[in-house]
Design a protein around this ligand. Structure first.
Ligand SMILES: [Zn+2]
Length: 692
């Protein structure tokens, strides 16, 4: 490379010399991205051309390692853009996103379909047993070989050209899909005008609604938005049935409203292109293609697991439905339970059956206590410590940063928490990174990010979480630890760069600790009185864990089954996604009173980028593993058992994708699990056969 100093007025292209090399967010604006991307693409192209055109015979070092070292500017620019596009976007950034996503796809197609480059990788792969590679290097070579092969590098020129077109078009469609959902979410707010409209809403819901109104320029009013953490509590508590119906309909109609932001035609085109891509690559369907490179391996294995869980979950949900209908009659209501009633009557039923109510629990779940609880768990398991660094600025004033230290006191990485909902943020919760761990370019420590959408407490009050919110926080923090504890050499297999049906193990497993008295009695502290959660309330809370699991399982498994069906179609023409949804749900006997957790037109997992396309089942696949993995601690009688924690660290959290996941799990547990622990955990192992 050259030795010229990076004198430029573009902060994205500077050496980031602040603490820990954090990007200078304060100086980055939307105009900086296109020129930075231009330079990053050109730099990466030149590096790749040098590797592909090298006169020397291919070696692991001059080909694979060289590719691992290439594209560093692109990584940096792309990760900053990714964080802003998701967590704090604006019209200018949305425009950059529309322009950059097909260009990024074109750039990667140019690499993945580069014939001389693939010939070098293929040559290494053919003689992999003679290369004297260590286990991680062998895995990295395999991942490269598969990545190129699965992109179509081994096909003829015509097929490669068509695959490139498909990839580029899919990138544009994915961006449009997610921008449409965001636009629908930004455009809507249910404004509550009078005290009457607030009927049934506990204090914390009112406060959050006031804060949401203020954020949208409606100071002094109350607003419910289409963010999950705003809608769900409203549906749970509002005594105004017609308002519940109104917002529920708006919520499930995101992307399905006709007009400019409608996603139906986009879905049809995405599915057609995916099916065509799979055909070109020699697979029966996109699902067959996608699952070939997953732990599950085949659509049948996925279906077997989902159907095993579906039947008892549906029976449980129908029994709960009948109990709620009886409650409606008992109260003198003369209507049939509908989708917008489920959470409201489930809350009443929970009060009655489990003697527990959300507004009694919530005051004990202050956001920052739960953050501390997640940190404490990481300390008890892995010896990590966390120090707040208010000198490190993020991409929005609400973003907080912590320095993470390992048990021996050495620097482990930085952790950023961006917890509050705002209209510049996409809905949902996720983990991402600004820099991944690796050792190829020196001892590089990671910069890890958690983004959530919690409703901010109003007027200086602390932010209170529901138990579900707290679980989400632990979940994403589990992903964060997967990034922070990563201990590999090559970026290709760092942290969460693993198979999709393995990636939810570290996150879902972490949720188990939240539900334990060792954590709750210490961190669930009432925000007014400062008293720890009473023993009796905690016991009831834990006992209520399996309550409404029929509903939760049904709304999830329906999505996973529909995802599978959508991607099993061998070809797609004149596709009507709403008709398909209706038919698929009828076939599995979806209870009319339950909506899918994500309807197709808002199902970002599948259609925005497509990371979970034909892979939404991954959560349940990983849950088979996490339920069994936590039992390893329980069997020792100590949920922080040091020997089990050490092995969990070595084979799961630190291992990244450096080894095959089945081998990793077997190293941790001595065997592979069955779904029994999962069914037991969801309280579904003793459900009688379905009655209707
Ligand atoms: Zn996750």
């Amino acid at each position: 490379m050259n030795d010229q100093p990076t004198t430029t007025d573009n902060p994205l292209l500077e050496d980031w010399r602040g603490p820990f090399g954090v990007p200078p967010f304060g100086r980055v604006t939307a105009e900086h991205f296109m020129p930075a991307y231009d330079r990053a693409f050109a730099e990466h192209d030149a590096e790749i051309a040098a590797i592909a055109g090298a006169a020397a015979a291919p070696t692991f070092q001059n080909t694979i390692e060289a590719m691992e070292r290439a594209g560093r500017t692109l990584d940096r620019v792309g990760s900053v853009f990714g964080v802003l596009a998701g967590a704090h976007t604006n019209d200018a950034l949305l425009a950059v996103e529309r322009e950059i996503s097909p260009r990024r796809a074109r750039h990667w197609n140019g690499i993945l379909l580069n014939e001389p480059l693939f010939r070098r990788i293929d040559a290494l792969w053919q003689r992999r047993d003679t290369l004297d590679l260590n286990a991680e290097q062998a895995r990295v070579l395999e991942r490269y070989y598969l990545m190129f092969k699965r992109a179509g590098a081994a096909l003829d020129a015509n097929a490669r050209k068509r695959l490139a077109e498909i990839g580029e078009r899919l990138a544009t469609l994915g961006t449009t899909f997610s921008q449409n959902v965001l636009a629908d979410e930004q455009a809507y707010a249910l404004v509550l005008e009078s005290e009457d409209d607030l009927a049934g809403l506990p204090d914390f819901v009112r406060q959050a609604a006031r804060a949401a109104a203020t954020e949208r320029g409606l100071a002094g009013k109350h607003a419910i938005t289409l963010s999950r953490s705003s809608v769900e509590p409203f549906l749970q508590f509002s005594g105004r049935r017609e308002l519940r119906e109104k917002i529920f309909r708006a919520w499930i109609a995101r992307g399905d409203g006709g007009g400019k932001t409608d996603n139906k035609a986009i879905i049809a085109e995405i599915l057609a292109l995916r099916a065509e891509r799979a055909r070109l690559l020699g697979y029966d369907s996109f699902s067959h293609y996608r699952l070939d490179d997953a732990m599950a391996k085949t659509p049948q294995a996925v279906r077997d697991l989902l159907e095993r869980v579906w039947k008892p979950a549906r029976s449980r949900a129908l029994a709960d439905r009948d109990a709620m209908q009886a409650l409606i009659q008992e109260e003198g209501g003369n209507f049939k339970l509908a989708g917008w009633d489920w959470r409201y009557y489930a809350e009443k039923l929970r009060k009655r059956q489990c003697d527990i109510d959300e507004s009694e629990i919530k005051p004990y779940f202050q956001l920052h206590h739960i953050v501390e609880a997640a940190f404490y768990t990481a300390y008890k398991l892995f010896g990590l410590s966390f120090e707040r660094r208010s000198d490190i600025a993020g991409w929005h004033p609400d973003v907080e940063a912590w320095e993470v230290r390992s048990a021996d006191g050495s620097h482990c990485g930085l952790f950023f928490g961006d917890y509050f909902a705002r209209s510049s943020k996409r809905s949902g919760a996720w983990m991402t990174s600004l820099r991944d761990q690796e050792k190829l370019a020196g001892d590089i420590r990671p910069l890890i990010v958690n983004v959530m959408n919690f409703s901010k407490g109003g007027n200086g009050e602390p932010t209170l979480l529901s138990f579900d919110d707290a679980r989400t926080l632990f979940h994403e923090f589990g992903h964060a630890l997967h990034g922070l504890l990563s201990d590999v050499t090559y970026p290709m297999v760092a942290g969460t760069s693993v198979l999709t049906d393995w990636v939810e193990l570290p996150s879902q497993l972490y949720e188990h600790w939240l539900e334990r008295p060792e954590i709750l009695s210490r961190f669930a502290v009432h925000y007014r009185t400062g008293r720890a959660i009473p023993d009796d309330l905690m016991k009831r809370l834990i006992a209520a864990r399996t309550f409404n699991q029929g509903f939760a399982t049904v709304e999830y498994v329906a999505c996973a089954l529909l995802d599978l069906e959508l991607h099993l179609m061998p070809s797609v023409e004149r596709f009507d996604v709403n008709a398909f949804e209706e038919m698929a749900l009828a076939r599995i006997g979806m209870p009319a009173e339950i909506a899918m957790r994500h309807r197709p037109t808002q199902f970002a997992h599948l259609f925005s980028g497509g990371g979970y396309a034909s892979a939404y089942y991954s959560y349940m696949w990983s849950e088979v593993l996490d339920a069994d993995a936590f039992a390893a601690f329980e069997e020792t009688g100590n949920i922080f058992d040091p020997a089990t924690a050490k092995s969990l660290h070595d084979y799961v959290y630190a291992a990244g994708g450096a080894r095959d996941p089945e081998a990793l799990y077997t190293a941790f547990r001595g065997r592979l699990p069955t779904p029994d622990a999962l069914l037991k955990r969801r309280g579904l192992s003793d459900t009688p056969a379905a009655a209707g």
